[in-house]
Design a protein around this ligand. Structure first.
Ligand SMILES: [Ca+2]
Ligand SMILES: [Ca+2]
Ligand SMILES: [Ca+2]
Length: 213
């Protein structure tokens, strides 16, 4: 009887361990939205910069809080060139935006060449890696083309179906040939990819203050 009980307890423990570890193994942090070709002051420092006003947003689409230590954005395809190292934690459903100016400051303080996020305007690849000890793993990659990187168009996941990508093109409407397709929405750095169509004449400062509320 005692043997049977011990076996039962061991089986329960095994099931619990495998459930927890398979949950922890799910890809949770993803590239959520980015803007490669800024034409306005996106980082809010009152100065326009083609480099500092680029941005990349990540999101936690899983159900567990993620420790971001070791997560890095990289440029380059064969050997990664680190552009930004994350720290802190990201709650389920939360997003975090990195502006070119954040990337520049990180490169500066870590002794890397100073290029910012370096998102090419005629198409590029954004790489999110995780470095843990001697292991470097690819967490998420997104390759974009030329039309996705025109002035003030961001590219992001559909908030209702994160497998679908859209161009948030309220400030610079896409032609039908855009890939992914334009959705008429305003880009959403630092907030979930809800669609606000809004007036394109609205200033970015006004939009930003609305998100803050
Ligand atoms: Ca660019
Ligand atoms: Ca700026
Ligand atoms: Ca967003």
């Amino acid at each position: 009887m005692r043997k049977a009980f011990r076996f039962f307890i061991s089986a329960v423990c095994l099931i619990l361990i495998s459930t927890v570890s398979s949950g922890a193994g799910l890809a949770q942090v993803v590239i959520n939205e980015f803007l490669a070709d800024p034409a306005r002051d996106w980082d809010g420092d009152a100065v326009y910069s083609y480099r500092d006003d680029e941005w990349v947003e990540i999101a936690n689409i899983g159900s567990l809080t993620v420790n971001l230590d070791g997560y890095l954005l990289a440029d380059g395809e064969e050997s990664p060139v680190w552009r930004y190292g994350f720290s802190g934690t990201l709650e389920p459903g939360a997003v975090f935006v990195v502006y070119g100016s954040d990337s520049r400051a990180w490169e500066e303080s870590n002794g890397f060449p100073i290029y910012g996020l370096s998102l090419n305007n005629v198409g590029d690849r954004i790489n999110l890696y995780r470095v843990s000890g001697s292991d470097t793993t690819v967490v998420d990659i997104y390759q974009y083309g030329d039309k996705a990187a025109e002035d003030d168009r961001s590219v992001g996941r559909d908030v209702h179906n994160t497998d679908i990508w859209l161009i948030f093109d309220a400030f610079n409407p896409c032609p039908e040939s855009c890939d992914p397709p334009g959705c008429g929405c305003v880009p959403t750095p630092g907030s979930v990819n809800d669609c606000t169509t809004g007036s394109v004449s609205e200033s970015w400062g006004m939009i930003k203050s609305r998100y803050r509320d």
